[in-house]
Every structure is written in structure tokens, then in C-alpha cells.
Design a protein around this ligand. Structure first.
Ligand code: 5GP
Ligand code: ZN
Length: 142
């Protein structure tokens, strides 16, 4: 299913230009138009879905399978030393395009960007086990 107003649905259908890396029955990988690093790739489901929780099981498996296929190839092609694999899931998390996409960003040890952890300033090493258990209780109650 496509959303006629969605730029990534248009990319799936080749209605707007893109540079595709790899595609199969369920998902498409293409280069980001404003790369954060050389080779920055996006992996998307063919079917429109806003967020991870909106994906069908088949499309979810398809996206992550294409991630698994593309990561080693992209790593080798870009002579990368690692890969940041990330999803901005929802606007509050920074999602700008409302068609779920996995960012694959080739990394080098000396690129100076650090881990995703560096986005967050409030790490709490003093968190207690009861606090963690209270969170799990809330999750499992749903
Ligand atoms: P988000 O912030 O939603 O996680 O990331 C959206 C990504 O899509 C950005 O990195 C942006 O550069 C990329 N992007 C947005 N529009 C287009 C487009 O039309 N073509 C391609 N190839 N990438 C796009
Ligand atoms: Zn879409």
C-alpha cells in the first residue's frame, strides 16, 4: 500500500529519482540525499507505514533482512570500520519523513561522532533494580 503524498512511496515506485542500492520483494535500500557520511543509506518497506509499530510482520522482517544484506556490502564498499544502524521512530525522536526507514551510516573509528549514547546527556548509573522492575511491570501490563 502506498501513500500518494509520501516521498518515500514515490521513491519505491520510481516516481521521483533516487539512487537505489538494493531492492527485493518487501524492501528497498537507497542512498540518502543529504548524507551524514559517505554511503549513508536508508532501508524502507515497500508498503507505507509511519512507524515501526505500524509495520506488518512480513514488512518488518523484510526491512531487517535487507538491513542484514546491505550492511556488510556497504561496509566493504565504503571501506568502513563499523555502521551506525538507527531509526528515528516518531517525530519526538526526530523522524521527519513519515515512512519508516532504517538509517545505515558508515563509520570510522576516527570520525569523531561517537556512539548513539552521545545524543543523551542524562545517563543514570545509579538507577536501582526496583526502578527497572517497575518499568518492566508497566510494559507487561499493556
Ligand atoms: P528522518 O529524520 O526522518 O529519520 O530522516 C529522513 C532522511 O531522509 C534524511 O536523512 C533525509 O536526508 C532523507 N531524505 C529526505 N527526503 C529525501 C529524498 O527525497 N530522497 C532521498 N534519497 N533521501 C531523502
Ligand atoms: Zn510512504
Amino acid at each position: 500500500m502506498r501513500d500518494p503524498n509520501c516521498i518515500f512511496c514515490k521513491i519505491v515506485e520510481d516516481k521521483v529519482p533516487s539512487v537505489k542500492v538494493y531492492e527485493d520483494e518487501h524492501a528497498v535500500a537507497f542512498l540518502d540525499i543529504a548524507p551524514l557520511a559517505n554511503g549513508h543509506t536508508l532501508v524502507i518497506p515497500r508498503n507505507h507505514a509511519h512507524k515501526i509499530e505500524d509495520l506488518s510482520e512480513t514488512d518488518n522482517r523484510g526491512v531487517w533482512e535487507l538491513v542484514r544484506i546491505v550492511v556488510p556490502r556497504l561496509t566493504e564498499a565504503m571501506a568502513a570500520e563499523g555502521m551506525t544502524v538507527a531509526v528515528n521512530n516518531g517525530e519526538a525522536a526526530g523522524q521527519e519523513v513519515h515512512h519508516v526507514h532504517v538509517h545505515l551510516i558508515p563509520r570510522r573509528r576516527d570520525d569523531g561522532y561517537g556512539p548513539i549514547h552521545s545524543l543523551f546527556k542524562g545517563r543514570r548509573p545509579e538507577v536501582t533494580i526496583p526502578e527497572l522492575e517497575a518499568i518492566v511491570h508497566r510494559i507487561r501490563a499493556i
